[in-house]
Design a protein around this ligand. Structure first.
Ligand SMILES: Cc1cc2nc3c(=O)[nH]c(=O)nc-3n(C[C@H](O)[C@H](O)[C@H](O)COP(=O)(O)O)c2cc1C
Length: 166
């Protein structure tokens, strides 16, 4: 079993772009799962930042739709999250609470608007008991410096492929 799962949450499409580009550029058995909150945050930028930030600060675990895979079936798990209030997004918190991930090779990425904060450090901490092999961040890849970001994602996929093949 050397299967790879790319699991991500994305409100505005950046992490979705990274997750799908990674999957397209990785060989072997790769599945992609998008975390879907039961009640997605909607509205304009202010409203989304306000409610998203509130979820973070209150330590919320928003209900998410059940996923149709078992994390136990994968050796390698790539986790992607947008940065919300300098940390990982609450839907990822729910996912990690509901899916016990242990003894896996983990790679993680975040998408952000310029301030990563403690996102990857905090995510690595809740994934204690796994081997975090690689982590990286992308600055608004769906809208800014698209070609450059595309190349960064493809390059990271190459790096991950080598780790997967080990
Ligand atoms: C609620 C909320 C909080 C955010 N907080 C931050 C932040 O602390 N630092 C940052 O750089 N970007 C922040 N952003 C911007 C997003 O991280 C950024 O737009 C990211 O690319 C979104 O990824 P997505 O399109 O996959 O949802 C925030 C966005 C939202 C909606």
């Amino acid at each position: 079993m050397n299967k790879t799962l790319v699991v991500y949450y994305s409100l505005d499409g950046n992490c979705k772009l990274v997750a799908e580009t990674l999957a397209d550029n990785l060989d072997g058995e790769v599945d992609v799962v998008r975390i879907e909150p039961v009640k997605e945050i909607t509205g304009g930028k202010f409203k989304r930042y306000f409610w998203g930030g509130t979820q973070v600060f209150m330590g919320k675990e928003p209900q998410i739709q059940s996923i149709n895979v078992s994390v136990d079936d994968y050796s390698n798990i790539i986790i992607g999250t947008p940065v919300w209030a300098w940390t990982y997004s609450p839907p990822i918190r729910t996912f990690l609470k509901e899916n016990k991930i242990k003894d896996k090779n983990i790679a993680m990425f975040c998408c952000h608007g310029g301030q990563v904060g403690k996102t990857l450090k905090n995510l690595a901490r809740v994934l204690d008991g796994n081997k975090v092999t690689s982590q990286t961040d992308f600055f608004e890849p769906a809208t800014k410096d698209k070609d450059e970001n595309q190349q960064l994602i493809v390059n990271w996929a190459k790096e991950l492929q080598q780790l997967i093949n080990l």
